[in-house]
Ligand binder design. Structure first.
Ligand SMILES: *[C@@H]1O[C@H](CO)[C@@H](O)[C@H](O)[C@H]1NC(C)=O
Ligand SMILES: *[C@@H]1O[C@H](CO)[C@@H](O)[C@H](O)[C@H]1NC(C)=O
Length: 290
């Protein structure tokens, strides 16, 4: 091989290696990771898989789900919610397993009249039982831009975060008899639908259909997670597709003191409902984990 040929060969070899690196770095692709499950064309994957939009009109909402099932993970998604008068609409973004004793970890965004605050509603179901709502206002307008909503789920705890700031922690309290989601794999689901019988000011404000279609957008999905497939976890060292547990730092992640302070700030200033302090609702005594 002449020198120039060799030089060209290494140049092309480098390009091939670089482009394959780029492909794995861009792994958050909606075509690759999600299926649109309902809405008859109202859900769309755009920009080569970088953007997904859901829409809602009087006839129907729409939704999607992940192709993979996960058993533990740190899952991030950026959402930009329905702008303007979104009263009556609900954008749900959650993890759920299947069946009557399912586990579920929920974010739900309850729309509002223009200029009035969205409510971020959260819940945790274990073994089919929920009733663990906490609700928050946000410290920004969630319709003006994309923000990151994250779920950390490991065997010790579940942490909900917004733009990296933890807003809620649900600890594993199995030692005092509270079931914790840790054996049923879950998929990611999202949907946009009409819930004007309860969503906005408890159902007082109805959806204004002259504003339809309503649209919510998604981008930058990232899952550092154990993928569940054919009864085995990718985090199990015996699995052929094992991610070494050393890389799965989030499997034992906990809140450091800075994160706890930030969570305290959110809960003090933006929390508007906490089932753990609702003594009227639980006259026989608050749930054990509280
Ligand atoms: C969760 O457990 C940690 C200790 O492991 C504790 O500091 C924290 O307050 C607990 N959080 C809740 C919400 O109970
Ligand atoms: C909508 O705005 C009203 C008035 O500010 C507020 O009470 C309510 O919590 C807001 N959010 C929802 C989803 O109702």
């Amino acid at each position: 091989m002449a020198f120039s040929e060799r030089a060209w060969f290494s140049f092309w070899a480098c390009l091939v290696i670089l482009s394959s690196l780029t492909v794995s770095a861009l792994s958050g692709n909606f075509y690759q990771d999600f299926d649109i499950t309902w809405g008859d064309g109202r859900a769309k994957i755009l920009n080569n898989g970088e953007l997904l939009t859901l829409s809602l009109d009087k006839a129907s909402g729409s939704g999607f789900q992940s192709k993979n099932e996960f058993l533990f993970g740190k899952i991030d998604m950026q959402l930009k919610l329905v702008p303007g008068n979104s009263a009556g609409t609900v954008t749900a973004y959650y993890l759920s397993s299947q069946g009557p004793t399912h586990d579920e970890i929920d974010f739900e965004f309850l729309g509002n009249l223009s200029g009035d605050p969205y409510i971020l509603h959260t819940n945790v179901f274990s073994q089919g039982k929920g009733n663990r709502e906490q609700q928050f206002y946000l410290w920004f307008d969630p319709t003006a831009d994309f923000h990151t909503y994250s779920i950390l789920w490991n065997p010790q705890r579940i942490v909900f975060s917004v733009d990296g700031i933890p807003i809620r922690e649900f600890n594993n309290s199995e030692s005092i008899g509270v079931p914790f989601p840790k054996s049923q794999p879950m998929r990611i689901y999202s949907s946009l639908w009409n819930a004007d019988d309860w969503a906005t000011r408890g159902g007082l404000v109805k959806t204004d259909w002259t504003q339809a279609p309503f649209t919510a957008s998604y981008r930058n999905f990232k899952a550092d997670a154990c993928i569940w497939s054919s009864g085995a976890s990718s985090c199990d060292s015996r699995s052929p597709s094992s991610t070494s547990n050393a890389n799965a730092w989030w499997l034992s992640q906990e809140l450091d003191s800075t994160s706890q302070e930030r969570m305290g700030w959110v809960q003090k200033n933006y929390m508007i409902y906490n089932y753990c302090t609702d003594t009227k609702r639980f006259p026989q005594g608050l749930p054990l984990e509280c």
